[in-house]
Write a protein that binds this ligand. Sequence first.
Ligand code: PGA
Length: 259
Amino acid sequence: MRTRFIVGNWKMNKTASDAGAFVHRLSQELPHHAGIQIGLTPPFTALHAVREALGPASAVLLGAQNLYWEDKGAFTGEVSGAMLKDIGCQFVLVGHSERRQYFGDQDSWTNKKVLAALRHGLQPILCVGETLQDRDSGQTDLVIQRQLRAGLAGTEAHTLPTLTIAYEPVWAIGTGRAASPEQAVPVHRLIRRTIGELSGTDIGNHVRILYGGSVTPHNIADFLASEEIDGALVGGACLDPVSFATLVKVAIGSKPITA
Ligand code: PGA
């Protein structure tokens, strides 16, 4: 049984001063024993404030949106895995499509970032996804397999139980045009099969695969109805604590349909 994982990605939204009120409201709304994992990825500047607001006993996991692969040194503007671990992060996003699209993150970089995250005991969430052009030209499977193969190169199977993959079709992110479960499920199957081939069937069976791209409280149940989809990476719909909590509550209550 894979534990569901719902991650709210703030992207470049909210200040450290916003963190307290957000976390307070979210905690009021969420049940104490959710039975699923919940994570937040605030911007670097709000990580400490969110950690403080959550407190030591919170079940909500803290994550970062990116990291650099070196541990320290002359890399102006970058933040290392060691720094994230020290501030209380438990996981980190790697290769989000906005990083790939606007900041030049290439497959070889996502690989170094995955390895750095694992080295520092941070759970990597490796994001993969095709553009509309890839999909329209029938390249989806090739692109996803390339991103997985490159991103996970050199990883040792015994370090991967904490690995999570987020399947985020680029055309579905922030567009209000979510993939349909019929579009997403075959890609999730492909991802699981590919990881099984790369790292062994045990890791393939255990890796959690999240869907991301215009997930809302209204469509989350449709995704989680498939046993292939283990959770969601949520952007826009996580910025309001009540909306995010509603989405999480639907995720807690919805049951996969066993075929
Ligand atoms: P969205 O973003 O929910 O706003 O589409 C998802 C993501 O980029 O992780």
